[in-house]
Design a protein around this ligand. Sequence first.
Ligand SMILES: Cc1ncc(COP(=O)(O)O)c(C=O)c1O
Length: 391
Amino acid sequence: MTYSFDKIIDRHGTDSLKYDFAEKIGKPKGILPLWVADMDFQAPPEVLEALAEKSRHGIFGYSDAVGNDYFDALAGWYADRFDWHPSSAWMVKTPSVVFAICTAIRALTKKGDAVLIQQPVYYPFEGSIHANGRRLVVNELVYQDGKYSVDLADFENKVVQNQVKMFILCSPHNPVGRVWTRDELAAMGDICVKHGVKVISDEIHADFVYPGHRHHVFEAIKPEFSDITITCTAPTKTFNLAGLQISNIFISNADMRKLFKLEIDRTGYSQPNVMGLTACRAAYKHGAPWLDALNVYLASNLSLLRGFLARELPFIRLVEPDGTYLVWLDCRALELSDSELDELIVHNAGLWLDPGTMFGAGGEGFQRINIACPASILQNALERLKKAFEI
Ligand SMILES: Cc1ncc(COP(=O)(O)O)c(C=O)c1O
């Protein structure tokens, strides 16, 4: 089957956060959005059909995955893609990964406890720590020779000095695009085990990995990692289902799982969204060929971006991603302040990207661009950027 990732589907007027809220929050009319992490592609046909069938049935009462087929669909996916074999007993469904992160923070740490993250990183990590009254500790990633890595000595020092209780790992990493190697993950995990640090491993981007790289599920690396880890997975990035609100969280440690579930009970959340369940099951059951084709398309968009920057805008350096459709651009050679850079991108180019400063320490002078769109939209964005520099 061939898929039409080139097809432009107008998202205006569909209550899309990406397309319909720009003017409301003060962005100029006609701005082209390549910011929030959703894609301009329709979900796999089998998912659309499963949702249509549910819709035709027309009853949207309380629901849950009653039989085994929901977990079986997930388990088949994880086994095929990552050689990962979690038990069904570990699974807890939540409406989103950020919901799960906030829940885990409350369930497994106390007010004032230190939680470590690796900035620049997905900004709701910091937000979740602050919103729940915990203390932010940052192990800033090191950027050297065009590549990001972890400063392990700093990681351990920060853990010890701040008596860190929890680490939120972003794997693969948004926005720097690293797919952490097994050795890197093992080194971070060993420090966590040694110092009694629990780990939230956010693996929502696991399905977007470019050739030559492999995603390793953190909890499966060593049995002692499994005992301290909450693994956050979701079909929502992979199959473009974020608005359907479904994520699958795996916790092997029974005590941690019990506390996590108790904390969910306190929020009043019980049954998952029926459309989310339906889409998730269909996606993991039937979506593999679609995802494989999509990953080829994204790699081609990445070369389009790489080639254009090298040819036309050589002062913007692409940080070569190992994975994810979010690309981190090093704009520091322009020697602009962050507000000047934003002004140029938003007002001169008419582009809506995510400024690097949103991602915390180390984000100054960077921008994040979302390349999960038809190539013609990406080309349009790049032409806009080029024009902005010609003014
Ligand atoms: C690392 C990471 N985690 C979580 C999310 C959001 O997931 P959810 O919508 O399930 O909260 C995103 C979205 O961009 C993300 O990049």
